[in-house]
Design a protein around this ligand. Structure first.
Ligand code: NOJ
Length: 738
C-alpha cells in the first residue's frame, strides 16, 4: 500500500469518525460532558429558579441563587430578561466548574415588546400564516432580549369559558387546535434551533388541564381515556410532530394522579409511544404541590415520583435540588433516570449553540436593532384578522360617512393596559393604541364625544344618565364594554361570565334613546351578554388585541378591513350550560326544538343551543355556497374522496370566508359527535367573484379511538357538511367507507 493511499484512507476514516473534532454529534458531546459531571452538577441541570419577577406563588426566599449558579447547581432561570440581566446571570454560570450555560425561559405568550392579540383571539383568525408570523415576531424580540425559551404555545383544549386560561389557547377544537399548535411551534422555533431569531417553544400543559372540573383553575380532571386521546392529546401530538423543543406538565390530576407525577402521560405516551426526545419542565412548583394533593408523602417522595414519572426539570419547587442527590445515593432513584433527564436538557443547550457562545442571545447591538424595528404593522394586521363580527343589523357597519356626531361610551373606550390582556409581561401602556385613539386617527376631533359611563365593576345612576345625554346628542353610539385585563387568565376563573358590573344596564339605557348602537366587546374569554345580543345594532368581538387594538378595531368599524374572524370557541346563553361545545354527543333523547321538552335532553330554563356557535362570524359581504360534488360516494380505507364546492361573493365588499368541513360518523362502536371539524379553507373574493374550494377526505380523517384505544376507522356511513359556521351548514351529503 503506497504512502499517499494510506494518508488518503486515514483522512477519509477521520472524516467519517464521528468522535473526531468537529464531527462529533450533539449526542456524543452530551455524553462526554455527562461523564465529567458529578451527581450534584447533574441535578443542577434539572433545577430552574425564577428571577425577581414572580409568575407563581413566592417560593422560599432563602436560596442564594447566585451562589447556586456559580456552583453549577442551576440549569435554567425563568423571568430574567434583557441583554444586561441575562448576560450578568450567564456570567455567573461561566464561573462554575464545567461552565455549562444557563437556559433563560420566559412566558412569551402573545408578544414580547410588541403585544399581539391574546392566543384565543388569534385563533379566531383561522389564519395559520398570520399566527406563525405573530409567534415569529415574538421570538425575534424575545431572542434579542436574551431569551432562549418561551413557555408557549399553550395547546390545552378548553371547553368551559369559566376557566380563565381559555384565553391562552386556541379554543375548544382538537383539529383547529392541532393546526394552530403546529403553526405556533414553527413560528417560535423557525426551521431549526440555533438561529438568533428563534427560541425554543414549549407545548403546555401536559395534559388535560383545560378540563379542570367546573372551570376552576388548578382543579382535578376526571376524564375517560377515549376523550383524552380523541380530544385533548391531538394538539400535543401535533406540537411534538412539529418538533417542539420542550413540554410543560400541568397542575391538575388526571384520573387521580397529578400530571407532574404521571408516568402514563410522560413516559408511556410522550417519551414512549411518541418517542419524544425533548425535555419536560414541571409547572411552577407542581412537583412540590404533589404533597398537597396527597399524592406524595413529603418533598423527597415528590422528587422521586416526579423524576421517575418523566418530569425532567423542576420549576421553582427546589425539590430536585434538595432531594435528588440523596435519593440517587440511596438508590431510590436510578442514576440512569437522572442521566436521561440531564441528557435531554444538555442536548437543547447544544442545539441552541450555547456551548459555542453562551452570550449568543445577549447581544446589546442586536437588542438595540430589533427593538428599534417597528413591528406594529404586523400587530395591526394580526389584530384586525382576529376580530369577530357577531351582529350587523341593517348594515349598521361599516360606519357611514354621514355620521357627523359619534359618541364613544364605555369604560373601555380609553383603556390601554387592558388591551394587552393577561400574560403580557411588562406592557408599555403608553404604546397601546386605545379605541379612542383609533377613532382620533381617522375622525376629526369635532366629530367625537366621550363619556366613560362608569367603571367596569360599578356605575352610578349619574354615570349612566350622562351617557344617555351624550347618546341623545349623537348620530350613532359606539360602546366599548367588557372585562378588565386581569379578569381572565391564570387563576382567574369566573363562576359567572356575564359582562361584569352594570355594563348591560348602561347599554340598555343608551339603547333606549333610539340611537343606533354598535357594541365593541373586549375580553379574554367568551362572555354572556343576552340583552346586547338581542338589542344592539351591531356587535364586534374584539378580545384583547394588543398594541394596535384601537387602530385594528377602527379598521373594521370603518370598513377599511372587512372582518373575517370566526369563533374558535362556543359562546353560551347561560352559565349553567357550560361546558358547552359544538362537537357534543347526540344523546338518545335529543332536543331539537320540539314543542315539549318532556323526557328530552334539555334544560327547562335555558336553551341547549349556544348564543354564538363555534365557527361563527359575519362579514360585510355575503357568500353563497353551491354545487357540492363528491368524486365518489364510496371509498375504501386505501383511497379518498375529493369534495368540491363553489363559493361566491354575492355582496358588495371584497371579503374573506373560512369555509368549514365537518364530518359525522353516523354509527360507530364508540358514539361519535354530531359534527367534527375536519378541514377549513380561508379564501378571499372580490364582489361577484367565485372560486372552487376543495377538500380531500382520507381514511385518516375518519379515524377515532375505540374503547381499546385503537385508532381506527370503521366501515359505514358518514355525513359530510360544508358551511360558514358549525351551526350554519350550507351543503351536505353522505358517503360510505367500505
Ligand atoms: C404557571 C403557569 O401555569 C405556566 O403556564 C407558566 O408558564 C409558569 N407559571 C411560569 O410562569
Amino acid at each position: 500500500m503506497s504512502k499517499t493511499m494510506t494518508a488518503a484512507m486515514l483522512l477519509a476514516a477521520l472524516s467519517f469518525n464521528p468522535l473526531f473534532g468537529q464531527k462529533k454529534t450533539i449526542d456524543q458531546k452530551v455524553d462526554s460532558l455527562l461523564q465529567k459531571m458529578t451527581i450534584e452538577e447533574k441535578v443542577g441541570q434539572l433545577n430552574q429558579y425564577s428571577g425577581r419577577e414572580l409568575t407563581g406563588p413566592a417560593s422560599d426566599k432563602k436560596t442564594d441563587i447566585a451562589s447556586d449558579i456559580k456552583n453549577g447547581w442551576v440549569g435554567s432561570m425563568l423571568n430574567v430578561k434583557g441583554v444586561k440581566d441575562t448576560r450578568e446571570v450567564q456570567e455567573m454560570a461561566m464561573q462554575s466548574r464545567l461552565k455549562i450555560p444557563l437556559l433563560f425561559g420566559l412566558d412569551v405568550i402573545h408578544g414580547y415588546s410588541t403585544i399581539f392579540p391574546i392566543p384565543l383571539a388569534e385563533a379566531a383568525s383561522w389564519d395559520l400564516e398570520v399566527i406563525a408570523q405573530s409567534a415569529h415576531v415574538a421570538a425575534t424580540e424575545a431572542a434579542a432580549a436574551g431569551i432562549h425559551w418561551t413557555f408557549a404555545p399553550m395547546v390545552d383544549v378548553a371547553r368551559d369559558a369559566r376557566w380563565g386560561r381559555v384565553m391562552e389557547g386556541a379554543g375548544e377544537d382538537p383539529f383547529l387546535g392541532s393546526m394552530i399548535a403546529k403553526a405556533r411551534v414553527i413560528g417560535f422555533q423557525g426551521k431549526q434551533l440555533g438561529g438568533t431569531d428563534a427560541i425554543m417553544a414549549c407545548a403546555k400543559h401536559f395534559a388535560a388541564y383545560g378540563a379542570a372540573i367546573a372551570g376552576r383553575d388548578y382543579n382535578a380532571v376526571d376524564m375517560s381515556e377515549v376523550t383524552l386521546w380523541q380530544d385533548y392529546l391531538p394538539p400535543f401530538k401535533a406540537a411534538a410532530d412539529a418538533g417542539v423543543a420542550t413540554f410543560m406538565n400541568s397542575f391538575n390530576t388526571l384520573n387521580g394522579v397529578p400530571a407532574t407525577g404521571n408516568s402514563y402521560l410522560q413516559r408511556t405516551i410522550l417519551k414512549g409511544k411518541w418517542n419524544y426526545t425533548g425535555f419536560v419542565v414541571s409547572d411552577w412548583n407542581s412537583i412540590g404541590e404533589m404533597t398537597r394533593w396527597g399524592y406524595a408523602e413529603n418533598a423527597a417522595d415528590a422528587a422521586s415520583k416526579a423524576i421517575n414519572a418523566g418530569s425532567d426539570m423542576d420549576m421553582e419547587a427546589r425539590v430536585y435540588r434538595r432531594n435528588l442527590v440523596e435519593l440517587v445515593k440511596q438508590g431510590k432513584v436510578k442514576q440512569n433516570i437522572v442521566d436521561d433527564a440531564v441528557r435531554r436538557v444538555l442536548r437543547k443547550k447544544f442545539e441552541l449553540g450555547l456551548f459555542d457562545d453562551p452570550y449568543k442571545f445577549s447581544d446589546a447591538a442586536r437588542e438595540q436593532k430589533v427593538f428599534g424595528t417597528d413591528f406594529n404593522p404586523v400587530a395591526r394586521d394580526v389584530a384586525k384578522k382576529s376580530i369577530v363580527l357577531l351582529k350587523n343589523e341593517r348594515n349598521t357597519l361599516p360606519l357611514q360617512n354621514s355620521y357627523n356626531k359619534i359618541a364613544l361610551i364605555g369604560p373601555l373606550v380609553k383603556a390601554k393596559r387592558d388591551l394587552a390582556g393577561s400574560w403580557s409581561l411588562t406592557p408599555d401602556s403608553a404604546k397601546m393604541i386605545s379605541l379612542y385613539q383609533g377613532f382620533e386617527n381617522v375622525y376629526k376631533a369635532t366629530q367625537l364625544s366621550y363619556t366613560k359611563g362608569g367603571e367596569i365593576l360599578s356605575a352610578t345612576d349619574e354615570d349612566i344618565q350622562q351617557a344617555v345625554e351624550l347618546a341623545k346628542q349623537s348620530d350613532i353610539v359606539i360602546m366599548a364594554l367588557g372585562e378588565t385585563w386581569d379578569m381572565t387568565g391564570e387563576s382567574k376563573s369566573r363562576a359567572d361570565i356575564h359582562v361584569p358590573g352594570k355594563q348591560e344596564a348602561l347599554f340598555n339605557a343608551v339603547k333606549a334613546t333610539g340611537k343606533p348602537v354598535v357594541v365593541v366587546l373586549m375580553a379574554g374569554r367568551p362572555m354572556i351578554f343576552n340583552d346586547i345580543a338581542d338589542k344592539a345594532d351591531a356587535i364586534v368581538y374584539a378580545w384583547w388585541l394588543g398594541t394596535e387594538a384601537g387602530n385594528a378595531i377602527v379598521d373594521v368599524l370603518t370598513g377599511k378591513y372587512n372582518p373575517a374572524g370566526k369563533l374558535p370557541v362556543t359562546f353560551p346563553h347561560d352559565n349553567g350550560q357550560m361546558p358547552l361545545y359544538y362537537a357534543y354527543l347526540n344523546t338518545g333523547r335529543p332536543y331539537v326544538g320540539q314543542k315539549s321538552k318532556q323526557y328530552l335532553s334539555a334544560y327547562i330554563d335555558a336553551p341547549n343551543t349556544p348564543r354564538y356557535a363555534f365557527g361563527y362570524g359575519l362579514s360585510y359581504t355575503t357568500f353563497k355556497y353551491s354545487d357540492m360534488k363528491l368524486d365518489r360516494t364510496e371509498m375504501t380505507a386505501k383511497d379518498s374522496i375529493v369534495v368540491t364546492c363553489t363559493v361566491a361573493n354575492t355582496g358588495k365588499y371584497t371579503g374573506e370566508e373560512v369555509v368549514q368541513l365537518y364530518l359525522r360518523d353516523e354509527f360507530a362502536s364508540v358514539v361519535r359527535p354530531v359534527k367534527e371539524l375536519k378541514g377549513f379553507s380561508k379564501i378571499k373574493l372580490e364582489p361577484g367573484q367565485q372560486t372552487t374550494v376543495r377538500f380531500v377526505i382520507s381514511n385518516e380523517l375518519l379515524k377515532f379511538y375505540n374503547s381499546q384505544l385503537q385508532y381506527i376507522s370503521e366501515p359505514g356511513s358518514f355525513k359530510l357538511m360544508i358551511g360558514s359556521a358549525s351551526d350554519d351548514i350550507r351543503l351536505d351529503g353522505t358517503f360510505k367507507l367500505k
